[in-house]
Design a protein around this ligand. Sequence first.
Ligand code: SIN
Length: 526
Amino acid sequence: MKEYYETDVLIIGGGIAGSTAALVLAENGINTTLICKGDDFTETNTHKAQGGIAFLSEGEKPKDFINDIIRSGDNINFLDAVEQVVNDSRKLVKDILIDKIKVPFSMNDGRFALAREAAHSKRRVLNVKDMTGKVVQEHFFGYLKKLKNLKIMFNHTAIDLLAFPHHSKNPSRLYKEPETIGAYVLNQRTKRVLRIFSKKVILATGGLSSIYLHSTNPAGAVGNGIAMAYRAGAQLANLEYVQFHPTSLFHKEADSFLISEAVRGEGARLMNRKGEYFMKKYSPLGDLAPRDEVSRSIYEEMIENGDDYVLLDLKSFAKIDIKERFPTIYDRCLQYGIKIDEVPIPVVPAAHYSCGGVLSDLKGSTSLKNLYAIGEVANTGVHGANRLASVSLLEGLVWGVKSAEHISENIYKEDKPYVVDEVPEWKYPYPQEEIDPALVLQDFIMIKHTMWNYSGIIRTVRRLERAKSDMEYLKHRIGKFYQKTEITNGIIDLRDSVQAALLVVNAALHNNVSKGAHFIKSFDDK
Ligand code: SIN
């Protein structure tokens, strides 16, 4: 049986970044394959993005938007990247999202109904009510499935990048520049592992927030791309900056459902359970302070009052039709008996976004030849230490286009030798051990609790050191297990989760300066 497959470009991940790159490449006539580990496009962070997509609105000076991004990022952003995301925003939103895939953004009297979110100095967030990401993904999928140069493979999970010299049977590869040539990919249906060979690989696998106990992300957002890039030798950066969204729904069945920041943008205010609106105590910007500050303030209020949650009061302040503006949030809260136009919403912070990732330049190129990283998996420098709300979809869109254009210009310049015979087929363990689900579950629980308690909103050296030794031990144990058992999505996610957790913890331990989303209480606090 043929267990390999060739394509010019392999894209791993189908959120807005991967989808945009796929669209541009396929329309440029490049033979492209996009793989997703989910059954469809719904298991992505893009799909869960409620708020919207920030862009340079009509008549706005780029400087104001740039300043908001940099202030939110605590001044460690890469200016060139911030300028690129802002300067290209208007054109690319129009060309791709509006004109090409026809996203029906909310309008008001013939103009975009722009939302405001925390730390934005003005209303500049395009939205489809509170379901922006979902609608964007549906429109992308509708468009992409008609493109003839694009093959989409759902239920396919990348296990590892194929990288030379590591995966070469030829010892002389050692003397050539390291490069990626594709990936080992699990077909979940056949349970076989394919070698997919490609001239270029684009990682667009999203973030890692689901290595935390409470997370707004889909369960599969466990840092697969970051772990794969690390194992292949690509440079990573800024992984300590894991952003916590201030407001996820506090309810035991709600699975950290996101309560969009646009809710505070429409006037909602945070209060503690004693009924005190507390944000002005922590920041002159009050409830619209940057996310990292709001999350820490909530955390401190909860600790001070011994509470498990705080309240978000929309009904007393909103001047909008709540049900019409936030239909998804309204319905979901109602499911748990919370009528958000009558009572405040119980909320807690939850891990939301990885500001760091695989170091990539203005075109999405990484330090490993032929590997690109775009979207949340990448560290382009746009977000600095703390991402400004609704800039993630925009970054995915802009870098999706930039990487695809760069690849389109260069892909056929280099003659790539045929390599299939040089790369070993996947080695299935023999004899194969049965997976004990209780062991896998316990390992996930340990990772998530450790990250939440020791590497979360407020960190100390002592907590991080404990996390490091626990995660190192677990990585060793999971590594052994991985070699002996049948390869499944669960095992792949477990191995990548522990790797991603260790990378975050090590990055946090190496940085004793509190900035943005990385807050370390005292470096001497042993
Ligand atoms: C939100 O709607 O609050 C999330 C948007 C974002 O993370 O940018």
